[in-house]
Design a protein around this ligand. Structure first.
Ligand code: NAP
Length: 289
């Protein structure tokens, strides 16, 4: 029941109405008997206005998605070290008027992988794309057994600044990171020949942007023990994952990352654990409708 004491949490993004986060967090509040609700704010306001709204209305916590993960950074009071390194935040806690920004995407992805495939070798990992989510996954990688990360990204205007950020992450996290332009087919083929784990962190394969991040013929050439993972969860199986499954590779979609990053945000806000088994069951049920 909503009372005068009910705390308000939410997602600020655009578009946002498709989000599964209200289902996840409201189940968590019910599990833990926390008097709080999570709603969606589909917003196109300036980041400064969003920050002010959180403060003025006393919103207890916020998740951020497109287009706010990078642009909200200057409008919080404190940034966690991993949010600083990755350059993005996906979670804000309102601590008595002080806004604290963290990023749970990277740990969320690797925790999901660890749970789904605990024995999976990931020493040599390849990431396709270097946007906000990819950088969070890259920043956290060293804590989860990755030794060398090879990143492929389009050679566009953001290439030099991404190269700089990757160099900073490599030095700080003591990990080897190589960056190549997406159209360097030789580097792509050579790297894929020895990869343990291949992650699609581009938008390619989403319902709105269908397609493959790499040519399907290359997927067949990847070592058979290589895990093919996609950050995308809608659809649950992208064309990339379907091809990987049909060429007998283990696969992982982005649903686990969605749940685990939410669990970490929930814990950061409330100090309580989100029990994830019923959440996975509810999301599977929701996908059938
Ligand atoms: P983003 O910051 O916009 O980054 C998108 C990336 O995709 C960029 O590296 C971009 O390349 C690349 N890209 C787009 N079109 C491309 C093309 N035609 N060819 C090659 N590369 C292309 O988005 P994001 O927030 O990182 O999200 C990336 C994906 O992760 C999305 O599908 C999103 O739904 C998913 N995601 C999932 C979760 C989860 O919980 N499972 C969480 C966050 C994000 P450039 O850098 O060259 O522009």
């Amino acid at each position: 029941m909503i009372t005068g004491e009910t705390l308000l949490y939410g997602l600020v993004a655009h578009p946002a109405h498709h989000s599964l986060s209200p289902l996840i967090h409201n189940m968590g509040f019910d599990q833990q008997a926390i008097n709080a609700r999570y709603v969606v704010f589909d917003s196109q306001s300036q980041p400064a206005a969003v920050s002010q709204a959180i403060d003025t209305l006393g919103i207890a916590g916020i998740n951020l998605s497109m287009p706010y993960k990078q642009t909200m950074r200057p409008f919080v009071d404190t940034l966690s070290p991993s949010a600083q390194l990755s350059g993005a935040i996906n979670t804000i806690k309102n601590d008595n008027g002080r806004l604290i920004g963290i990023n749970t995407d990277g740990d969320g992805f690797w925790r999901a992988l660890q749970q789904a495939s605990p024995m999976q070798n990931r020493a040599q990992t390849v990431i396709l794309g270097a946007g906000g989510a990819a950088l969070a996954v890259i920043e956290a990688a060293a804590s989860y057994g990755v030794q060398t990360l090879t990143v492929f990204k389009r050679a566009n205007q953001t290439y030099p600044q991404v190269a700089k950020r990757l160099a900073k992450i490599a030095t700080t996290r003591h990990i080897t990171i190589n960056l190549y332009p997406f159209d360097d087919e030789v580097a792509l083929q050579q790297t894929l020949a020895t990869t343990d784990c291949l992650i699609n962190a581009t938008n390619l394969g989403m319902q709105a942007t269908p397609g493959f991040p790499i040519a399907p013929r290359l997927i067949a050439q990847i070592p058979s023990a290589c895990l093919c993972a996609d950050l995308i969860y809608a659809p649950r199986e992208t064309a990339f994952l379907k091809t990987a499954r049909l060429t007998n590779h283990p696969t992982l979609n982005g649903l686990g990352m969605l749940v685990e990053q939410a669990a970490l945000s929930f814990e950061f806000w409330t100090g309580k654990t989100l029990v994830t088994a019923p959440i996975y069951a509810a999301l599977t049920e929701e996908n059938k409708q």
